[in-house]
Design a protein around this ligand. Sequence first.
Ligand code: AKG
Length: 266
Amino acid sequence: MGKYDEGTRDALAASFEQDGFVVLRNHFSRATIEAWRDAFAPLLQPHVEQAREASTSGNRGPGRYYVTLPFEGGFADPAIFCDEDIVGIVERVAGPDPVMCQLATDTPVLGSVHQEWHRDTPPLFDDAPETPSFQLAVNFPLVDVDDSNGPLETTRGTHRLSRDEALAGLEAGRFPAERVPMQVGDVMIRDVRGLHRGTPNLTGEPRPMVVIGYSRAWYFRPEVHIDVPRDVFAALPARARRLLRFNPQVDETARTFDENYRQFAY
Ligand SMILES: O=C(O)CCC(=O)C(=O)O
């Protein structure tokens, strides 16, 4: 049981088709997301310390951290990654039987700057940018996000254009930049080809944004994966297990500080 009926999911998918993203307001409970925030804080800290020791700041550009989440505890809750409304919309825009391929966070801290405008993936086929969606990101913040702490800045309708066309349209004002403030509990579903960028976090508090990646049934992204502990996998409902089918199963999750998903901007 989701929150939305089939007609509402159809309407949200239609809005996605047009804009390249859709925001579900107040979708998850604040208590659930605050538990994620509390579990996330100790995972970020070693990355910040490692960067400080190396006299840098950020593993994803200045003041910006990409941190993979271990697939365990609340982070492996099928009520989140297998949410019926979210998967219902993902299936409408990226086809039936999708694959979940990524569970991570993007966190700008004080000292972060504007990213370059970018998309997260190249087109599926050279010179054919208008293909239907094949790679989606589901984003939700672990803190309230407003102009002060680095809201995502995006554009509407650039997800099925070439990079050059999208950038020219942005420059000419045809696709105006739009900041997306989000409250804890809000969820954004976006085509990763939409032109977007991170903005600076001007506060002393990190701004973690979860990213769950979903791909078309046949699309495999070797640059990301989720280590799924066998015992966690075995306890999941069938639909959740199916979503995770391309991921390796492991005895236990690794705590690695070597984030190797570095090539993310196209
Ligand atoms: O965290 C954000 O607001 C955007 C991050 C982003 O677009 C990226 O790192 O690719």
